[in-house]
Design a protein around this ligand. Structure first.
Ligand SMILES: CC(=O)N[C@H]1[C@@H](OP(=O)(O)OP(=O)(O)OC[C@H]2O[C@@H](n3ccc(=O)[nH]c3=O)[C@H](O)[C@@H]2O)O[C@H](CO)[C@@H](O)[C@@H]1O
Ligand SMILES: C=C(OP(=O)(O)O)C(=O)O
Length: 431
């Protein structure tokens, strides 16, 4: 089993470059299925386990996928007839596999996808995805662990109000609507930067999507989409994770390829804590010195504070001064890392959907296990300042969402090593 071993006490300095965004590349690769004329060339693709999984899903649907990790590029040829079924073996590995449902349904008039079920952070239903397909004329049924959607002929444009601004539902409905007859309007749509990236990609393929990044997205269906070349946006969560790593060690780090406009909630919270963040020509400079102040944080859909930064900020808050409250409103069960932080002597208690923190904690190195991918990063970050040695296991979570996390931290000056296997490709395991 792979392990990351961190010895606390080093200050991070230097530059780190962020990769293409995991949460943008997955929906974009799924949406590539919509093209029936020419190939799609996707650039700035991060070398993540989740990318390997979505590539396998696409191949299983009868597309040709050429992946070139050295060039960070995936080329997809989906011109032949698609198969209609996404198997459990893929959806089990990665919930985002559900994002192939919209494109398959739009092209074949029928889609059968294994039900994703819950995961360590919550129950994660897909009712809003299905409500959208239904409004567009699909009949939904369940059986043998699969969900099926079927239409007679083409999907019809519809007006869909989402009960929650779900990222995945917005994406699945956008791709289904891209080839529907007439106009679809999604209200209370998710506004994440990754939604805008997907809309741009659909438009580059010849689609007609307007309003992405606002509450209301309009998609005028077209008869056909064609292959294009698309660059994935930078990963705002990876950028945020390195910002926290710099701040916790009282370091001075430049984050290259970060887009500050995608991270306003995080930047302002860190500034409120006393971290200096400035936009410089080379990137976003993060500098901390002296005592940081505890703050209150509530996770919200974008542009609110991202749930995917909650555990990393909890690590930073353990080193701040005063009482702070972190409230999780997006997922009902995203506090599994609290027990692991407690092993490191983190001083906090869970009250309902909040964690009350009395800081600073006297952090000590310990053996801890990652409970999800962001928790993996957060535990490693806490290890950077804990007294002694921290060993983090369950690294398959980390490999889903971070490229060379240990190597990038080591290049910034961290005392960190990964043991188990030399080849990260081989280290990739699945849940
Ligand atoms: C691959 C990807 O992009 N993953 C991101 C995406 O996940 P994902 O797209 O799964 O997250 P959603 O935005 O759909 O989920 C947000 C909330 O809505 C609920 N919900 C969702 C769909 C639905 O049909 N019904 C329903 O009730 C979920 O249970 C959750 O409580 O957005 C999350 C919220 O920013 C991020 O944490 C994930 O990193
Ligand atoms: C929860 C996350 O991803 P996923 O939706 O793929 O599980 C994440 O990126 O933090």
């Amino acid at each position: 089993m792979d392990k990351i071993i961190v010895k606390g006490g080093q200050t991070l300095n230097g530059k780190v470059r962020v990769e293409g965004a995991k949460n943008a590349v997955l929906p974009v690769l799924a949406a590539a299925l919509l093209a029936t004329n020419g190939k799609n060339v996707i650039k700035d693709v991060p070398t993540l386990a989740d990318v390997l999984t979505i590539n396998e899903v696409l191949k299983s649907l009868n597309t040709e996928v050429v992946y070139n990790p050295e060039k960070n590029e995936v080329i997809i040829d989906s011109q032949d007839r698609l198969s209609s079924e996404a198997q459990f073996e893929y959806v089990r590995k990665m919930r985002a596999s559900i994002l192939v449902m919209g494109p398959i349904l739009a092209r074949n008039g029928f889609a059968r996808v294994a039900l994703p079920g819950g995961c360590a952070i919550g129950s994660r239903p897909i009712d809003q995805h299905l409500k959208g397909f239904e409004a567009m004329g699909a009949e939904i049924s369940f059986g043998n662990g699969f969900v099926e959607a079927k239409t007679n002929g083409r999907l019809q444009g519809a007006k869909i109000y989402l009960d929650v601004p779900s990222v995945g539902a917005t994406e699945n409905i956008m791709t289904a609507a891209a080839l529907a007859k007439g106009t679809t309007v999604i209200e209370n749509a998710a506004k994440e930067p990754e939604i805008v990236d997907l809309a741009n990609f659909i438009n580059e393929m010849g689609g007609k999507v307007k309003g992405a990044g606002t509450d209301t997205i309009r998609i005028e269906g077209v008869n056909e989409l064609h292959g294009t070349e698309h660059h994935i946006i930078p990963d705002r969560i990876e950028a945020g994770t390195f910002m926290v790593a710099a701040a916790i060690t009282k370091g001075d780090v430049i984050i290259e390829n970060a887009v500050p406009e995608h991270m306003t909630a995080l930047i302002s919270k860190m500034q409120e804590m006393g971290v200096e963040i400035t936009e410089e020509e080379q990137g976003l400079r993060v500098k901390a010195s002296g005592d940081l102040k505890s703050v209150d944080i509530k996770t919200m859909p974008h542009p609110g504070f991202p749930t995917d930064m909650q555990s990393q900020m909890m690590a930073l808050m353990m080193t701040a001064h005063g009482t702070g409250i972190i409230t999780e409103t997006v997922f009902e069960n995203r506090f599994m890392h609290v027990e692991e932080f407690r092993r490191m002597n983190g001083n906090m208690k869970i009250e309902g959907r909040s964690v009350i923190m009395e800081s600073p904690s006297d952090l000590q190195g310990a053996e801890v296990g990652a409970t999800d991918l962001r928790a993996a990063a957060a535990l490693i970050i806490a290890g950077l300042v804990a007294k002694g040695i921290t060993r983090v296991t369950e690294l398959y979570h980390l490999d889903r969402g971070y490229v060379d996390f240990d190597k990038k931290l080591a290049a910034l000056g961290a005392d960190i090593e990964r043991i188990g296997t030399e080849n990260p490709e081989k280290a990739i395991q699945f849940v």
